[in-house]
Design a protein around this ligand. Structure first.
Ligand code: TZP
Ligand code: MG
Length: 210
C-alpha cells in the first residue's frame, strides 16, 4: 500500500467546515489515502462519515482506511483498516475483512516494525515524528532518525506520522518514509487544497530523487 500523502480526518480542526468539503479539498490537492479516525464518534456517526468518504474516495480513485473499527470498514466497503498495538491482531482483521484488504499497523520502534512485517501488515505507521496536539497519549518522539533506523530493518511501506508540517516532510522522506500522514497540517489549514498540494509536491520531489 504505497501512499504518498495520507490524510486523516479530525473534526476538531474543521473550523465549522463540513467533512465532505474538507476532504474533497484534500483530494484535489493530492491526498492519495484517507483515513477515517474519530475517537469520539459513535458507531452511527462513523458509519455515516464512512459512507460519505467512500463515495468521495471512490470518485477520486483513492484508498479509504478506517481506524480501529473493522466492522465499520466492512460495512462501508473500505479498502482496509488501521490498527494500533492493542487492537485485534492483523490475522484476525484479515479473516474478518476478507481477501484483498489493506491492514496497517501503528508502530513506534524497530521491534514493533519488524513484528508488524512478520505478522503480514501491508504498511506501518511510524511516529510520532514530533510532539503533536492532535494525539496526546503518544509514545515518545521517534523523529526522522527513527525512520532511518526502521528503514534499515523493514521493507514495508513506512507512513510517518505525528506533528508533520511541510517544513519536515523532505527530511522524513529522505530518511526512507514512503509517505507522510497528517491531520492538522491539512484538515486544519485555512486553504486545505493548497496545504495538501504543497505536501504532495514535496513527497513527489523527494521520492523522485532517491
Ligand atoms: N498517531 C500518532 S500522532 C497522531 C496519530 C493519529 C496525530 C497526528 O496528527 P497531526 O495533527 O498531524 O500531528
Ligand atoms: Mg487503534
Amino acid at each position: 500500500m504505497d501512499s504518498r500523502l495520507y490524510v486523516l480526518t479530525g473534526h476538531a480542526y474543521y473550523k465549522g467546515r463540513q467533512l465532505k468539503d474538507v476532504i474533497a479539498a484534500a483530494l484535489r490537492g493530492g491526498a492519495d489515502c484517507i483515513q477515517l479516525r474519530e475517537k469520539d464518534y459513535s458507531g452511527r456517526e462513523l458509519l455515516e462519515a464512512g459512507h460519505l468518504l467512500r463515495r468521495l474516495t471512490r470518485e477520486a480513485g483513492v484508498k479509504l482506511i478506517i481506524n480501529d473499527r473493522i466492522d465499520v470498514a466492512r460495512a462501508v466497503d473500505a479498502d482496509g483498516v488501521h490498527l494500533g498495538q492493542g487492537d485485534l491482531p492483523i490475522q484476525v482483521a484479515r479473516e474478518i475483512l476478507g481477501a484483498g484488504k489493506i491492514v496497517g499497523l501503528s508502530t513506534h520502534n524497530v521491534e514493533e516494525a519488524v513484528a508488524a512485517e512478520r505478522a503480514g501488515a501491508d504498511y506501518i505507521g511510524l511516529g510520532p515524528m514530533k510532539p503533536t496536539q492532535t494525539k496526546l497519549d503518544t509514545e515518545p518522539v521517534v523523529g526522522p532518525a527513527g525512520v532511518l533506523e526502521v528503514r534499515r530493518h523493514v521493507r514495508l511501506p513506512i507512513v510517518a506520522i505525528g506533528g508533520i508540517t511541510a517544513a519536515d516532510t523532505a527530511e522524513i522522506i529522505r530518511c526512507g518514509a514512503n509517505s507522510v500522514a497528517v491531520v492538522s497540517a491539512v484538515v486544519g489549514a485555512d486553504d486545505v487544497e493548497a496545504a495538501a498540494r504543497e505536501l504532495r509536491e514535496i513527497v513527489d520531489r523527494e521520492r523522485g530523487s532517491r
